[in-house]
Design a protein around this ligand. Structure first.
Ligand SMILES: Cc1cc2nc3c(=O)[nH]c(=O)nc-3n(C[C@H](O)[C@H](O)[C@H](O)COP(=O)(O)OP(=O)(O)OC[C@H]3O[C@@H](n4cnc5c(N)ncnc54)[C@H](O)[C@@H]3O)c2cc1C
Length: 408
């Protein structure tokens, strides 16, 4: 592997995490390329939950559990700085502070009898898969979240859920990759491929060709479009999500709190609007109210009816938020794959091309496990979790791209 040249296509959190793993592994010359700036696309337009609570037993949960273990390890290593680094640990420690890592835990609240039954069944399956899920009675819930609705039928506490500030997290990962020898090129769009003997040998950009031995497609919701430009399309599409941000409030919400039908909305493939209440505070005191899911291509207009639906559901969970000023709203595009699993691995149709994409609403949390898996696959070492469910040549990934979304 000595001197294997790798170009990571996309400087969002997934590209940053992949670049860091490969740079730390040694033996790779890593370049990260982005048409815009680092971490300014989807990674800067979501929330920063690092969740196990919303995942049922299966490959995504295993990737989430691996990632959850890696987050504190990676942040501690970044804070220490690279051995013998002239940058010194203090700059790295500042970068890690900005990440706002907060293992605050999640609380899921059901408000109907059917919701309570479903939540308890879901939690029982998760416990069998190693997730900590603790039942909260009414008193315990009131102690943990004094402002949450009293009108609930069940509540579960997931102590492993955590939160980061996503753009700062990506910056910290990328900064560490750079400190370990990676280089970053921004404002450089990938337009096409150069191949030799059926192998991808260079990407064509507006600034000329960039040759390498391996290319990692980490272009988030644009991964489908980028892969098509390279001649190996994958079915990754945008799935819009919007968030309302309140003005800074006195401490009101202490965990990540969401309603039990959130898991159903995440797992649904419906094109029309899905909303469920997801409420959490940030370190700055603002409260984020989410979330919505819509498949509308790359249409980035905010819709009043979507924002109204998000607000209404949040108020059902936290009635006391009525009257609180909303400061702004924003949204982004989750990288969606029809079977709701990321795409991680080599592209069997085009040697030299790898993918690390399609994380939908969990790419912040899953970035570290994805990067670790990718590193092991590239090096040919045994990964900690089974990579097969994430492989590129599965029907959901090699299906046709929706033309309207591709051309949007
Ligand atoms: C409303 C909302 C809430 C969310 N909440 C959470 C959450 O709480 N927890 C969580 O884990 N996840 C959450 N997510 C999902 C998470 O934000 C994404 O899964 C994650 O940011 C994807 O990161 P990425 O690096 O794959 O993509 P991106 O951050 O989009 O990065 C891709 C990069 O590729 C670049 N690129 C694209 N095309 C090209 C090209 N042709 N040439 C060069 N560069 C190119 C882009 O400029 C971009 O910088 C949320 C998303 C949304 C929208």
């Amino acid at each position: 592997m000595n001197g294997t040249r790798v170009v990571v296509l996309g400087a969002g959190i997934v590209g940053a995490a992949c670049a860091r793993e490969l740079a730390l592994a040694g033996g790779f010359q890593v370049t990260v390329l982005d048409r815009g700036g680092a971490a300014e696309a989807t990674t800067a337009h979501g929330e920063g939950n690092v969740l196990v609570s919303d995942k049922g037993p299966g490959p995504e949960l295993r990737l989430a559990q691996l990632s959850r273990r890696l987050w504190p390890e990676a942040l501690a290593a970044i804070a220490d700085g690279p051995a013998g680094s002239a940058n010194g640990p203090s700059g790295s420690a500042d970068a890690v502070r900005a990440v706002e890592w907060d293992p605050k835990g999640g609380i899921v609240v059901a408000t109907t009898e059917a919701g309570a039954d479903g939540l308890h069944r879901f939690a029982a399956d998760q416990r069998a898969a190693g997730v900590r899920a603790e039942v909260l009675d009414a008193d315990a819930l009131a102690a943990a979240e004094p402002h949450v609705t009293r009108d609930h039928t069940a509540a579960l506490h997931y102590p492993e859920d955590a939160q980061v500030q996503p753009a700062a997290a990506a910056a910290a990962l990328l900064g560490d990759a750079l400190a370990h020898g990676a280089t970053l090129r921004t404002g450089c769009e990938v337009l096409g491929a150069r191949t030799r003997g059926g192998r991808l040998t260079a990407v064509r950009t507006a600034e000329g060709d960039l040759a390498a031995d391996l290319f990692v497609n980490a272009a988030g919701p644009w991964s489908g479009r980028l892969a098509a430009r390279l001649g190996a399309p994958v079915d990754v599409r945008p799935r819009r999500g919007d968030i309302l941000v309140t003005a800074p409030l006195p401490p009101t919400v202490f965990h990540k709190v969401y309603d039990a039908d959130y898991v159903g909305a995440v797992g649904s493939s419906a094109e029309d609007l899905q909303t469920s209440a997801v409420v959490e505070a940030t370190r700055g005191g603002t409260v984020l109210l989410g979330s919505s899911r819509r498949r509308t291509g790359f249409d980035d207009r905010l819709r009043p009816e979507v924002l109204a639906a998000i607000a209404a559901k949040a108020l059902r969970l936290f009635p006391g938020l009525a009257g609180v000023p909303v400061m702004r709203a924003y949204g982004g595009f989750r990288p969606y794959v029809p079977d709701h699993l990321p795409v991680i691995g080599a592209d069997p149709r085009l040697p030299g091309l790898w993918h690390a994409s399609g994380h939908e609403g969990a790419g912040i949390g899953l970035s570290l496990g994805t990067a670790r898996l990718l590193r092991d696959l590239v090096r040919g070492t045994e990964p900690e979790i089974d990579p097969a469910p994430f492989r590129v040549d599965r029907p959901a990934v090699l299906g046709a791209l929706a033309p309207s979304e591709e051309s949007a």
